[in-house]
Write a protein that binds this ligand. Structure first.
Ligand code: B3K
Ligand code: ZN
Length: 855
């Protein structure tokens, strides 16, 4: 398979004006007839893409084409010397029933309980019919669906124009949908199913009455209210914050249990993984429910950032994803404490994106080449992409950012554009953000180091900052990036702020002078994580403890605890910080916070995950050692407050369920305290866990108790696991939790995983289920990086390579940092990867494996 390069971008020779699709579903296959009206826009052949299609006939302007009239090879169909105006009629046959890759049109479910859905982004439409399947070809779609009447629900993009019975076929019916908006093929969707619907409505600021419909299986329809409310909140939020109103009369969301990722923003017809749309207090944890709202908002926001304005080519993916993630993060920050939102977003960025950027899969936010674009739906494109938009917004200031986004929507509505177009619209008030383009081009996480010097005579504080980015092979030598560093100076005596400024570091090294500073202050940097960088400032532990006490920025209070923890865990033996200062600082902060902001208090007790710690280790990473150090620090924290857990726990009794930020905070803190108490061997803690499980008002409480019991192997843990299974046997998403709590248990072994994979409820065709076992297990580096662990894990990848290469490649990416392991694990991992290479064929897995092995 060949590389595709950004620099080779060319317009298509032919544009599509309109598409008429006729999709007939039968027991064993689907017949797809299409009519494309096309117009020449530049010289050259007419090129269509098509994969896994059985071509029946093709006509051009009414004439049947014979084999010698076109050329078919490797996924393309080329017609040379086509006239300037072309009508193509194409008939193909496809087989959704055997489509396990979950791209294109596929059948989900099994037995009597099946449905047909599509996933076209990025290149799935070419598995439905021949088409110039690229994001810069925009057309008007009309879709006719026909199927057996047992599939009562027939949906496609846009508005329903007509529906009825098929003449002479009493068991079949049809529906015709018309989408008035010009759209790329990756936003096409249809659904043929038997579903219930929750209906609501929303009147936009422009006075449009929009029907909102959320489709799910009848057993799940009572779990749709949270999603529906989130949709209405998101619609209003986008009107208020970006001046964007919805543009069709209907907005549909469909829940599907077999789906490769979270959700898909198809125009007017979103398709969602059940895990990302269904939510009820009894079955869904708070964390999951909160992310349901965020994902609903994310897909809704794509209507403007992605659909109305789309990407010129897939290299520009961050244009829609980075901006849309920034928008959904801002939306979520309005739904809870903004500090906690920022903490969660940054924790995800650090754990996943920083480690991606530090390893062999590092790539720019806008990649320059790819073999398989599916491999680039990464945390770098999404989360680092969002960080860039955030830096731009903060640099411009929110008013000018809004003027810039207004201009972006005004200028490019209805077009397929580039990152440069985005920056040029945002520069309408000011061109100070032009050099942010380098953030999109340069891979690697910059490290910002710095120190300060105070001149008591001149009463000045000088801060010196410098930046350094590792040179990723295959790219130009890194150059300095514009790095906004939000800074505040704190008076050592009063703890108050004496100066506040946004420093812009855009050279390799720079000094910043603060005047009229009457005594040496403590400096707080990178407030609210103003840039996606590693900070390496020459702090004393005492400074960090001071900031934990006095910082008014909630995010930075968390950040300093993380710095302290990292110092304790990661520095060389000799210079290692002692945990004392950290524990003292915690003991001052915790009691106050526990009553003021329970969610923040819960976060302050975070100890970075093993993967996050590993991402900072370049060589001789020893998973056992890191695990031991993490656990020993956790134990020290638990022991330090041993006498207080009981009181703190009792201050948080189980109340009637409420979905407020405050109630969620209390539940989160209660679960953290329960785990701490079990760690410290507090008398009765096992009993608290059982009580909490038995009297739980919601899943957060029940699952928190179960997890704690399983991780601490309390005497009754197995009985509770069994009880949990029996209670929720009929609910797939809860059974996913049941699998994952076992697969991610502290003491998990490869045998346990193997037996979970053999369980009668395990299903290789349901990505959620695969992730609940294999994904959960991959977070256990001490077991993953053993011969048995690797054999099992690579065995899974081999198994999925052909059936579902998108999922297989995603799982493989977890092994990217094998090269940093201590021997003999490193050699073991290398051998496993080489062996895997001999046994896989999909271009998805091959491309990832090539990069990973080139470490
Ligand atoms: N745009 C889709 C992602 C499609 C992934 C294809 N492998 C969902 C989202 O980002 O909103
Ligand atoms: Zn998205």
């Amino acid at each position: 398979p060949s590389k595709i390069n950004l620099k080779d971008y060319k317009k298509t020779s032919f544009d599509v004006e309109t598409v008429n699709l006729d999709i007939k579903l039968f027991e064993e296959y689907a017949q797809v007839n299409s009519t494309l009206e096309m117009l020449r826009q530049t010289e050259g052949d007419l090129v269509l893409f098509g994969e896994e299609l059985e071509l029946l006939t093709i006509q051009m302007n009414g004439h049947q084409l014979d084999k010698e009239d076109y050329q078919q090879e490797a996924g393309t169909l080329t017609i040379a010397n086509a006239p300037d105006e072309v009508t193509l009629d194409i008939q193909v046959r496809i087989c959704p029933q055997t489509n396990t890759a979950l791209e294109g049109l596929y059948m989900a479910g099994s037995g009597d309980d099946t449905m047909f859905v599509t996933q076209c982004e990025p290149e799935g439409f070419r598995k439905i019919t021949f088409y110039p399947d690229r994001p810069d070809v925009l057309a008007i779609f009309t879709t006719r669906l026909e199927a057996d009447k047992r599939y009562a629900t027939l949906l496609a993009n846009g508005n329903l124009v007509e529906a009825g019975d098929v003449v002479d076929e009493p068991n079949r019916h049809y529906a015709i949908w018309h989408d008035p908006t010009n759209k790329p093929s990756y936003l096409f969707a249809c659904v043929v199913a038997d579903l219930d619907v929750l209906t609501d409505s929303y009147t936009t600021s422009e006075g449009r009455e929009v029907t909102l419909e959320l489709y799910a299986k009848s057993a799940d329809i009572d779990k749709c209210d949270v999603g529906m409310q989130a949709l209405k909140d998101a619609m209003e939020w986008d009107e208020v914050n970006y001046g964007r109103a919805y543009d069709l009369d209907r907005y549909m969301i469909v829940a599907v249990s077999q789906f490769n990722m979270g959700a898909m923003e198809n125009k007017g017809l979103n398709i969602f993984n059940t895990a990302c749309v269904l939510s009820s207090p009894e079955t869904t944890t708070d964390a999951r429910s909160f992310s349901v709202k965020a994902i609903i908002a994310h897909e809704y926001f794509h209507n403007w950032t992605g659909n109305r304005i789309t990407c010129r080519d897939w290299f520009q993916l961050c244009l829609k994803e980075g901006f849309t993630v920034y928008r959904d993060q801002s939306f979520s920050a309005d739904q809870q404490s903004s500090a906690v939102q920022r903490i969660d977003d940054v924790a995800t960025l650090r754990a996943h994106q920083f480690s991606e950027d530090a390893g062999p899969l590092a790539h720019p936010v806008r990649p320059e080449s790819f073999v398989e674009i599916n491999n680039f739906y990464t945390t770098t494109v999404y989360e680092k992409g969002a960080e860039i938009v955030r830096m731009i917004a903060n640099t411009l200031g929110l008013d000018d950012f809004r003027k810039g986004t207004d201009e972006y929507f005004r200028r490019y509505d209805g077009q397929a554009v580039t990152v440069e177009d985005f920056l040029s619209a945002l520069s309408i008030t000011d061109n100070k953000i032009e050099n942010f383009i380098d953030w999109y081009r340069q891979p690697g996480t910059p490290v910002v180091s710095g120190h300060q010097s105070y001149d008591s005579t001149a009463q000045t504080l000088t801060i010196t900052l410098s930046q350094q980015t590792r040179h990723v092979s295959g790219f130009d030598a890194p150059k300095p990036l514009p790095i906004p560093v939000a800074t505040a100076l704190f008076d050592k005596n009063s703890g108050g702020i004496v100066a506040e400024r946004m420093l812009l570091l855009d050279q390799a090294t720079q000094t910043f002078v603060f005047e009229n500073i009457t005594s040496e202050p403590v400096v707080s940097l990178l407030r609210d994580f103003s840039a996606p960088v590693q900070l390496n400032y020459d702090y004393q532990d005492e400074d960090l403890a001071f900031l934990l006490k006095y910082e008014t920025n909630g995010f930075n209070r968390w950040q300093v605890t993380q710095m302290l923890v990292n110092r304790i865990l990661l520095q060389g033996q000799s210079s290692k910080s002692s945990p004392d200062i950290y524990l003292q600082a915690l003991s001052q902060a915790l009691p106050v916070l526990a009553s003021d902001d329970a969610m923040l208090a819960a976060r302050l007790l975070d100890i970075p995950s093993a993967q996050e710690l590993a991402s900072a280790i370049q060589k001789d990473y020893d998973p056992e050692l890191v695990k031991m150090q993490r656990e020993s620090l956790y134990q020290q924290v638990a022991d330090t407050f041993k006498d207080q857990w009981s009181e703190l726990y009792k201050q948080l009794p189980i109340d009637a369920y409420e979905d407020s930020a405050e109630a969620r905070g209390k539940r989160a803190l209660r679960n953290v305290i329960l785990d701490m108490a079990l760690t410290a061997d507090v008398n009765d803690a096992a009993e608290w866990a059982e009580q909490q499980y038995n009297h739980a008002s919601c899943m957060t409480e029940r699952f928190g108790a179960l997890k704690a019991m399983v991780n601490h192997q309390v005497a009754n843990a197995d009985n509770y696991l069994q009880d949990f299974y029996q209670r929720f046997q009929a609910d797939d998403l809860v059974i996913d939790l049941w699998f994952s709590v076992q697969a991610s248990a502290n003491n998990v072994s490869v045998d346990v995983i193997e037996s979970l994979l053999m369980h009668e409820d395990f299903d290789w065709n349901t990505p959620n289920r695969v992730r609940s076992v294999v994904g959960a297990f991959s977070a256990q580096p001490t077991v993953l990086w053993t011969q048995d662990g690797l054999d099992m894990y690579t065995g899974v990848i081999k198994k999925l390579d052909d059936a579902n290469p998108v999922l297989a490649s995603r799982l493989l990416q977890v092994l990217a940092r094998w090269n940093t392991l201590v021997e003999p694990r490193r050699q073991m991992a290398h051998d496993s990867l080489l062996d895997l290479q001999k046994n896989v064929t999909s271009k998805h897995v091959m491309e990832s494996l090539d990069s990973v092995l080139n470490a």
